[in-house]
Every structure is written in C-alpha cells, then in structure tokens.
Design a protein around this ligand. Sequence first.
Ligand code: ITT
Length: 191
Amino acid sequence: MEMEIIFFTTNKNKVKEIKELATAEAKEITIEHREYDYPELQLEEIESVARESAKYMKEKKAIKEPFFLEDSGLLIHALNGFPGPFSAFVFDKIGNEGILKLMVDKRGEERKATFKTVVAFCKSPQKAPLLFVGVAEGKIAEMMRGEGGFGYDPLFEFEGAGKTFAEMSTEEKNEVSHRSMAFRELLNYLS
Ligand code: ITT
C-alpha cells in the first residue's frame, strides 16, 4: 500500500538515514521531512519524550496526516544510563571530548553502552501514538574515530564490528543501528 508519512525532526542526519532505509527496504513508503522544532520535554525516559512529543504535535499542532518523530539517546552503563534522555543537551554542552573525560578511568566491560531510538508514530488524530524501540549494543571507544555519521557516532563502537558508527557508511550503519531497528519495527507494523 502506497503511503506518505511525515517525519518531524530538526536533524538532517536522521532524515538521510531514514530516507535511505525507506528507499532500500520500503519503496511503497514516502518520507516527507518537515523541520519542526517541538519543545523537547526533559523527561526521565526516552520513551516518554517520544510519546509526549508526538502527543504535542497531534494535539497542539493539530497534525492530521500520518506522522512520526523519534527520540534517541546514548546510555553508558557505567554512568547509570547517562546521558540517556539528556543526550542532546549533553552533546551540546560537553560533546564527545566531555564524554571521553568522564570515561578516562573506565576499562573493558565498563565502557559498554547502548544506543536507543524510540519512534512515535501517529496514524490519525484519534489514535494514541504507537512506540517502536530499537537498540544497538556497543562500547565507548578510547578516542574518536571516523569521519562519517554525526553526534556520538565517532565514539560508539558497534559490538563485534571493531568499527565506530562514524567509520561506517550510512548503508552499513543502517544494517545494525538503533534507528534502523526502530524504523524497521514501524515498517513491519505498517505492512
Ligand atoms: P530532533 O529531536 O529534532 O529529532 P535531535 O538531534 O535533537 O533532533 P535527539 O534528541 O534524538 O535528536 O538526539 C539526541 C542526541 O543524540 C543528539 O545530540 C544527537 O546528535 C545524538 N544522536 C542521535 N542519534 C544518533 C546517532 O544515530 N548517532 C550518533 N548520535 C546520535
């Protein structure tokens, strides 16, 4: 079934990844990017941020067409899941250098981290947002590596790959990333 879905985000890198994935794996779905900066609530969980943001778009902005948005975060195990839902704020304030400093005394298993994306999809104004979660497991590299990707990608070494996300092409990252897993869950639901 042919379908057009709006993707609300201010992050062009997310759009690139999702559009490439949809082109490769779901030709019947057209993604229309709209750059709308909804107020991101500081909630304790990535799920709640995604759900409340979608409700805001549906109720306050009266979006009637099918749309989704997503909230993502990096959860460092030894830091009790920090920066998690505060990933955007923390990236702006201390960046990857700051994260490396927080991790100086952490070795081996202590560097484990999870990348998580929660996609919130609204089919119609009457329906509550549906959530689709994707995770990728890995560890925080000893230093930044790679020129690709964005955000925390130079620091996130994907489990077993020996490569950071920034050392992968968009295609390679899309095979395994948190975002691609969450988006595939949405595609499964739609088909
Ligand atoms: P929108 O909320 O407008 O979609 P954003 O960039 O603010 O865009 P998030 O709050 O979801 O998006 O992102 C939290 C932070 O995590 C932000 O600094 C991103 O750069 C970073 N991030 C998200 N996904 C990432 C990925 O796949 N690889 C590396 N960093 C990522």
